[in-house]
Each structure stands twice: as structure tokens, then as C-alpha cells.
Design a protein around this ligand. Structure first.
Ligand code: ZN
Length: 257
């Protein structure tokens, strides 16, 4: 992990060696901070905890954007702050716990599994804490109860696994309406006013223009997929990770049916 970088005043982002997964830290008052999706490997989480301590910060509250294994991690060193996720995400974290644990063990072994996926359900429009306002934008599409966080003071949209510059749209193909859900999620994010920076769950932070570019790219990908002409997405190349190419192939097959 390259350590925490300030993307806006009081908003720090670290990028994991695993799939460019981001951890976002929002600095609050009197040393408290909001931690979103701490990721991914055991040494990276230890490094994050150490860096927070070195900056005089301690997690006051945490948020998991969605119930996929790489977004529900935690470590003892991060302390015992309340960890939240949207109600639908909690349901998945509970019912699909075995798969989540399997993902952790396969790709980032060594975590204290008793801490994995242990969030509480939060049905609210904002994260309850005394730091900068953190509005929740909860939708389905990538995963049930996917919750992006918008920080109006700094204009930062923490987008979870949406709006990535390195990953194609990854649909929840076991949902009843994967495409409708995904497009509805994109519309919700596109409608957020005052975004100056987007931080995707995987990839690079970008400005407002870059957010528009990614949303347009995602829309074009989905259009091509449903038209049976899935090609040409710049994020999908021969160098793309095998899992993403495989997921793309699965999505193609899903819409062929
Ligand atoms: Zn995900």
C-alpha cells in the first residue's frame, strides 16, 4: 500500500496492492475518523492502523460500501468503532458469509475471520458521527444495498464498486433485474450535486469531468452488452485480470439468454 494520500481537504485515500482497492479515511473532530472499506491484505490493514495512529487519528465509525469480501475487512488494531452497512448489504453479509470468508482466505489470507463482515445494519440517509456530513446513496446493481458515500463539504463521492476507471460494470446477475438495478444506481450517483472528486472502490480518484466520463463509459458498456455487441471498452484489454475477463464473458452469456 502506498499510504494515505489527501484527495481533498480531510479526505485521505490509500490504494491496495490487490486490484487497486481503495480505503478512504474522512478526518473528523478531536482525532476521530470515518473509515470506508479498509483494504485489503493483513499488512496493509496494519499499515493503515499505524498510519492513522501516527496522524493522531482513531476510527470513530466505519462504513462498508457493499457485502463483497474485499470491502468488509477489519483488524484489531483499527479498534472497536461501530461498523455499518446498508440493511440489504447486511442480509447478504450474513447469508453469504461462507463465500465471503472463502474470498478472504483465497486472496488475502491471515485476517482475523471473526472480524470479517461484522457490520451492523444502518438504515439512514447519513452516517451517524460528529465529523463532516457523510450522506448515503444506497442502491442495488453491483450488489444488494450498495452504499456510496457523498461528503458535501469536500465534494467527494466515495463510489464503492461503481464509476471505476479500471473495472467494467460488474452486475449482480443473480438479482431479478440486474441491468435495471445497475442503471438505477448510476442514475442515483449521476444525480448527486456538487461532486468535485470521485473515489472508486478500485482504481484512481478523478474529478467531476472524469466521473461523467466513467458514467458515459459504463452506459456504453451496458448498451453494447444488451445489444449483443460487447466490445471496445478501454478497461477490458488483454492485460485485464483474468477474473474480470471471465466476469465479462459471463455477463455476455447472461444477456444472450
Ligand atoms: Zn464488489
Amino acid at each position: 500500500m502506498g499510504g494515505l494520500t489527501e484527495v481533498a481537504a480531510g479526505v485521505l485515500v490509500a490504494t491496495s496492492s490487490y486490484a487497486m482497492t481503495t480505503s478512504t479515511v474522512v478526518v473528523g473532530s478531536s482525532g476521530g475518523c470515518l473509515v470506508i472499506d479498509p483494504a485489503v491484505t493483513v499488512p496493509e490493514l496494519a499499515g493503515l492502523a499505524a498510519e492513522l495512529a501516527a496522524r493522531g487519528l482513531r476510527p470513530a465509525v466505519a462504513w462498508s460500501t457493499h457485502p463483497h469480501w474485499d470491502h468488509v475487512l477489519w483488524s484489531r488494531e483499527l479498534g472497536d468503532a461501530p461498523r455499518y452497512a446498508a440493511p440489504a448489504a447486511i442480509t447478504i453479509a450474513e447469508t453469504e458469509r461462507d463465500g465471503i470468508i472463502e474470498g478472504v482466505e483465497r486472496a488475502a489470507p491471515g485476517h482475523d475471520l471473526s472480524l470479517v463482515g461484522r457490520m451492523r445494519s444502518l438504515d439512514a440517509s447519513a452516517i451517524p458521527w460528529d465529523g463532516p456530513q457523510a450522506q448515503l446513496i444506497v442502491h442495488d446493481g453491483h450488489a444488494p444495498g450498495h452504499g456510496a458515500v457523498f461528503l458535501p463539504d469536500s465534494g467527494v463521492l466515495v463510489a464503492g464498486d461503481m464509476c471505476s476507471d479500471v473495472e467494467i460494470p460488474l452486475l449482480d446477475t443473480v438479482a431479478k433485474d440486474p441491468l435495471g438495478d445497475y442503471r438505477a444506481g448510476m442514475e442515483r450517483l449521476a444525480a448527486v450535486c456538487g461532486v468535485r472528486q470521485v473515489v472508486p472502490g478500485h482504481g484512481h480518484a478523478g474529478d467531476a469531468g472524469e466521473l461523467r466520463r466513467r458514467l458515459a463509459l459504463d452506459a456504453a458498456y451496458l448498451d453494447a452488452l444488451t445489444a449483443g455487441k460487447p466490445a471496445g471498452d478501454p478497461r477490458l484489454t488483454e492485460d485485464s485480470p483474468a477474473w474480470m475477463r471471465a466476469t465479462h464473458d459471463e455477463q455476455v452469456r447472461y444477456f444472450e439468454r
